[in-house]
Design a binder for this molecule. Structure first.
Ligand code: DAK
Length: 253
């Protein structure tokens, strides 16, 4: 694995996404490696809780890799949305053991969507969170339109998605997007404390509780999101949005 580094501490696994020079942006390799690493950890009976963190002090994950998806067609957009949701994002949400996101900086777009799949989230004071996809001519395609609403409610989720507003850790804590906020230095310890709270409990109960909690969630919304996401890859506005990012200028819609 070149982009995933796992540290095992007794029954806890700390999975680090290592693509620091691109602010840990999720390209296909990162998605595949993270997915297969999680499979290994799910099968490992000794592991009770997983923490996911980004490398460096600047970003958890600054989004899906914009360079990589800039050339996708409508069909690729929809297919990749489904594949990503099935192989990674839904897998995390339905994981048999608790997964905690330790948000150590930017969690934008696909990065926030990744954190939203995790069962709990803690963030450092410098963290910035948002779903800026509409500024790029797309929409959140990894479940963000569904999971953000479920997590923070319609009022804040709609504002964040439609205005591409980026929020800080204080506001995220206020609206219930994160379970706790702390310093960069204490972030992993705070995540570990949450993990300890789970580790003392029955693994079978945790697995069952996660399944029941997820029953609150309407899966049809995810399929609808995949179709809408795919459609946007056929628009001029999508081409303009990603070109503007790559050329380091503002988009002109
Ligand atoms: N993708 C690719 N590269 C990225 C990136 C990203 N999301 N974010 C940052 N980088 C790269 C930058 O291009 C830069 O690379 P070089 O220019 O050095 O080659 C490097 O990381 C360092 O970033 P900056 O120089 O920009 O650092 P700053 O501190 O100045 O700015 C920033 C930090 C986070 C404000 C800025 O990097 C930024 O705005 N990044 C983009 C944030 C963003 O818009 N994220 C949302 C992306 S859209 C899909 C499903 C879902 C999605 C996509 C596909 N499928 C189903 C196919 C979701 C889409 C998204 O996530």
């Amino acid at each position: 694995m070149t982009h995933i580094n796992t540290l095992i501490e007794s029954s806890l696994a700390i999975v680090k996404i290592e693509r620091e020079s691109y602010l840990n942006a999720l390209n296909k390799d990162v998605i595949e490696e993270l997915s297969s690493e999680l499979q290994v950890l799910e099968n490992n009976q000794n592991i009770r809780v997983v923490i996911i963190v980004g490398s460096g002090q600047k970003a958890f994950v600054a989004g899906a890799d914009i360079k990589e998806f800039s050339g996708y067609s409508v069909e690729e957009g929809e297919a990749l949305s489904k594949k990503g949701q099935d192989n990674l994002f839904n897998k995390i949400e339905n994981f048999k053991k608790p997964i905690i996101a330790a948000i150590n900086g930017y969690a934008l777009g696909g990065g926030l969507e990744l954190a939203l799949c995790c069962h709990m989230r803690v963030a450092s004071e410098n963290a910035k969170m948002g779903l800026p996809e509409c500024s790029l001519g797309i929409i959140p395609g990894y479940g963000g339109t569904q999971r953000l609403v479920r997590t923070v409610g319609l009022t804040h989720a709609t504002e964040m998605i439609l205005t591409s507003k980026i929020i800080d850790a204080n506001f995220a804590e206020k609206i219930g997007l994160i379970n706790a906020k702390t310093t960069q230095e204490d972030l992993l310890q705070v995540a570990k404390n949450l993990a300890k709270g789970c580790i003392k409990n029955s693994p079978k109960s945790l697995e069952s509780a996660i399944k029941c909690i997820n029953k609150n969630f309407d899966k049809n919304g995810l399929t609808f999101e995949q179709k809408e996401f795919g459609k946007l890859f056929g628009t001029k506005e999508f081409k303009e949005g990603v070109s503007a990012f790559l050329e380091k200028r503002k988009p002109n819609y």
